[in-house]
Design a protein around this ligand. Sequence first.
Ligand code: G1P
Length: 296
Amino acid sequence: MLHTVRTAIFPVAGLGTRFLPATKATPKELLPVLDTPLIQYAIDEARDAGIERMVFVSHPSKSAIERHVMDDAALRSQLKARGKVDIAAVLEENAFCHENDDVRFVMQSEPLGLGHAVLCAREHALTGAVAVILPDDLIIGQNCLAEMIEAYEQGNGGHMVASMRVPLDETSKYGILSVANEAGRMLHAKCMVEKPAPQDAPSCHAVVGRYVLDANVFERLQTQVPGAGGEIQLTDAIAKDASALGLAGFSFSGRRFDCGSKAGMLRATLHLASQDPECAAVLEEFSGIVQPRAAA
Ligand code: G1P
């Protein structure tokens, strides 16, 4: 089947202030969960979902992202010369090269918001709906983007966002859907608001960082005025077309980790470590020492 969703946009220009000082010289997208940088999980998800073109919206100070994403033939041959054939093969499998892969880098020099980042990718988007992946939201288990694209292609187009329930006191961290009705894994939404206070939140259905968006979103972003936090919000541009094009929340099957926070990074690391025989032994070693802190 020919995919209608051919492009994935990765907004990776953010300064990662929540992880300073770790992110002073290292982009937050390159922080590892075990031995794999966050950006690699996002790339693998997009590749396995059948995405043809990947567009990274980066920042001039974050050239290390490009170095990670693109092939480094010199490093691979050095590794091979030292007999480290396995790791050289992993690097080759992960990396892109301009001859064989459709990958673009564009710069977002000013921190004008997620909506602005997506707009920066406009000229590089192939025809049809586009996917947006926020690498901070690590989703383990079922490939979230693949599930969404499959559902999207069975529907009538419009906008689709990954969604999950969050506690009421956390609505101000997310885009929140105003839900009209639920049908299986789909929440049909009337609207979406960015980071509402709990008393203003239309529901507890939050948006997590996977989107499949009708290309009309670029048109909307072009004229989008700054919203929450003084930034050009993707949420606001999506909301504008909610009734005309349709807006659905998709309840995905994987487990999501908020790797934009220290606790989320730790949870993701422990989760993956528990599935790795070598690391599981280390967890076992610590299990008697680390006691959950009693509630205050
Ligand atoms: C962004 C979006 C927000 C969404 C969240 C998911 O916010 O603006 O709507 O719910 O990602 O992680 P950020 O976390 O970048 O502030």
